[in-house]
Design a protein around this ligand. Structure first.
Ligand SMILES: *Cc1c(COP(=O)(O)O)cnc(C)c1O
Length: 458
């Protein structure tokens, strides 16, 4: 097919939507390391995880061998409300950059929650409902996950308790109100509602909270009440599994227009959108069927992959969660106030970490001012106002397209545009007023974070 025949947007038919999620772990030679029980340092067993997570989700979490999982009909029906999502040919961005590269982006911001997180929220709510639970608890940082989960819970008539990092709760009142509109209760974290919250408040009075601390509170809230479980919006294997719809749709759309990706780029916070976008392509790579350059982009202020350690660490500040082996900056690492809230997590998905350790993918870090510069360029030429998190991928896609301009190579670049930035206008305001600053942690600051990690020789 000639280039001119490629539409600006490629949509799939409903009948072409994936009916199964793809589990990339099945094709990995080196499997991601199992979650460990912090008391015994033995791999967590199904029974030990049952008080925290839904049964069906634990099975998905622990399954490293089944390549495909059927997507239940109820979830497929919900997906149809906002999927398939378009694969967009960024003709205007290409023209603006004057590059011979072909740029595509998979746009996941076309739903009220404004991000890809709804893909997993609806799955997790479904399995909680099916198990006959009353409700779920969770944490939210920037608010996207809490919003997605509150939408999913209202659909299945489940109670939804959100612990929202205090500074976001105060800075993003509109996000909070979207969650409440969908029926969720939202508590600023750390709070007096949980033991761990009270402990953190006593130790650090006046703290504005962190994601790791909100996780500790949400887990305690779930395990101390009958009929509740905890759900998480990123990092876990099950979340990457659900997010595989992004990559599966992307692959089908590319095949439909006769295109093959050379470079695939995604932003990485906990690794779920990236893991989901790359999964099916990584599968081909692992099976030796095709080759791709795969690039994770993280903020220079929270550089888990590019400057972190690959080791067992706690997923939360309160150290109530199991240990995960991952690239981490240490559970006690507090990132500076970067505006890409969804990327401010000390760790990284075990799957993404293992793939990176095995050199099957690359990682780069970028600074926030250059990210917003890319975001504004993109908004002006492509029309979509991108989320700050997504703009990390935009920045690197632009860099790669400009390299092609120098070499004259006609590479095909695909990146994940994970969401919209309507609730991030304070950040855009800072950028527009020329008040945005960059922060790169020093070696000393990183050492402080590493010092909070448990010493485990596994
Ligand atoms: C949460 C979020 C991210 C980062 O989370 P991952 O799990 O790394 O995908 C990226 N973009 C948007 C818009 C988000 O809401």
């Amino acid at each position: 097919m000639s280039q001119n025949n490629i539409p600006y947007k490629t949509y799939l038919e409903e009948s072409e939507m994936p009916k199964q999620w793809y589990n990339v772990r099945a094709d990995m030679k080196n499997k991601p390391a199992p979650l460990l029980n912090p008391a015994t340092l033995e791999p967590m067993k199904f029974e030990e995880l049952r008080p925290v997570f839904c049964d069906e989700l634990i099975k998905q979490e622990m399954d490293d061998t089944t390549p495909y999982f059927d997507i239940p009909q109820e979830i497929l029906d919900f997906y149809k409300m906002y999927r398939p999502s378009p694969l967009v040919r960024a003709y205007f961005l290409e023209k603006y950059l004057d590059t011979p590269a072909k740029i595509y982006y998979k746009f996941e911001g076309n739903n009220t929650s404004g991000s890809h997180k709804l893909n997993s929220a609806i799955a997790q709510a479904y399995y909680a409902k099916k198990q006959g639970l009353k409700g779920v608890t969770t944490e939210t940082g920037a608010g996207q996950w809490g919003t997605a989960l509150s939408m999913a819970c209202s659909y299945f008539d489940l109670d939804c308790e959100v612990y929202m990092v205090k500074c976001s709760y105060e800075q993003k009142p509109f996000r909070r109100e979207v969650m409440r509109t969908y029926g969720a209760s939202v508590t600023p974290s750390p709070s007096e509602k949980t033991e761990v919250g009270r402990k953190i408040l006593a130790e650090f009075p006046g703290t504005t909270g962190s994601l790791g601390c909100a996780i500790s509170e949400a887990v305690e809230a779930a395990t101390s009440k009958e009929g509740y479980r905890y759900v998480l919006g990123s990092v876990l294997n099950q979340v990457l599994l659900h997010q595989s719809v992004i990559g599966l749709e992307t692959k089908t759309a590319l095949d439909k227009i006769g295109e093959k990706a050379d470079i695939i780029i995604g932003c990485a916070g906990g690794g779920s959108n990236l893991g989901g976008l790359i999964s099916t392509f990584m599968g081909e790579k692992l099976r030796g069927e095709a080759d791709y350059r795969i690039v994770a982009v993280e903020p220079a202020s929270c550089p888990s992959l590019t400057r972190g350690k690959f080791a067992y660490d706690f997923c939360d500040t309160g150290k109530v969660c199991p240990l995960a082996k991952m690239y981490t900056l240490g559970n006690g690492f507090i990132p500076s106030a970067n505006h890409a809230g969804g990327l401010r997590y000390h760790g990284m998905s075990s799957v993404v970490s293992q793939l990176y350790e095995d050199k099957l993918m690359e990682a780069v870090s970028v600074e926030q001012t250059e990210v917003f510069e890319a975001a504004v360029k993109f908004a002006r030429v492509e029309g979509i106002l991108p989320a700050p998190e997504s703009s990390h991928a935009i920045k690197v896609a632009i860099n790669e397209a400009l390299k092609c301009k120098e070499t004259g190579e006609e590479k095909t670049i695909v990146f994940g545009l994970t969401g919209t930035g309507y609730f991030d206008m304070v950040a855009y305001q800072k950028y527009n007023d020329g008040e945005m600053s960059d922060y790169i942690p020093t070696e000393e600051e990183l050492e402080k974070g590493f010092a909070t990690m448990p010493v485990i020789d596994k």
